[in-house]
Design a protein around this ligand. Structure first.
Ligand code: HEC
Length: 158
């Protein structure tokens, strides 16, 4: 009697109706699709590739920073931060380096452009005066991310 009931139980537990089978294969197809998509995304992330200082970073600095951070510009005179070439970008201010290769969150150059500091020291300057002069234009999200990636990838001179 108990043996029979047990057998009936296990029979029921394994009893897929054709509809269940369909559901299982749909699920596994969705799962397979998901795995493929994830792989593709990871590959795409890697395919984002190496950021180039010369090709990607220097043009951003040339357009938005060098005006002030070279020669007698106010950024160069007040913080001694010159941004005309790789060596001076890496050398930093009178207080030391602002780029910490491998870590954007430890790099004040990233923090000031990403708006993660007090408004007074955001770069390009975000004070009322610079807005009035049309100079307070923040970098685009894309440019900020490019700088962050360049730092995370080791801030290479490439
Ligand atoms: C309108 C002029 C101007 C522009 C444009 C400008 N800066 Fe500056 N920058 C300054 C001045 C002035 C200081 C000094 C601020 C201070 O010490 O209070 C400074 C300081 C800095 C510092 C040092 C911050 C610290 O830790 O003390 C960094 C890093 C910096 N700028 C990066 C940039 C970057 C990157 C750009 C371009 C995206 C840029 N700046 C554009 C004027 C400018």
């Amino acid at each position: 009697m108990t043996e029979l009931a047990l057998r009936a139980d296990s029979f029921l537990a394994c009893d897929y109706s054709p509809q269940d089978v369909d559901e299982v294969s749909v699920m596994s197809r969705i799962l397979r699709g998901f795995i493929l998509m994830t792989t593709a995304l990871i590959l795409a992330g890697c395919g984002q590739g190496q950021v180039s200082f010369e090709g990607d970073i220097q043009p951003i600095f040339a357009k938005s920073c060098i005006n002030c951070h070279s020669g007698t510009g106010e950024g160069a005179t007040s913080s001694a931060y010159v941004m005309t070439d790789y060596d001076s970008v890496m050398k930093g201010t009178t207080f030391g380096p602002v780029v910490v290769p491998g870590s954007r969150m430890s790099s004040s150059i990233y923090l000031v452009v990403a708006g993660k500091t007090a408004p007074e020291i955001r770069m390009p300057p975000h004070n009322d005066e610079s807005f009035a002069e049309g100079r307070g234009v923040m970098l685009s999200a894309n440019q900020i991310e490019t700088i962050g990636l360049w730092i995370d990838q080791g801030a290479k001179n490439n």
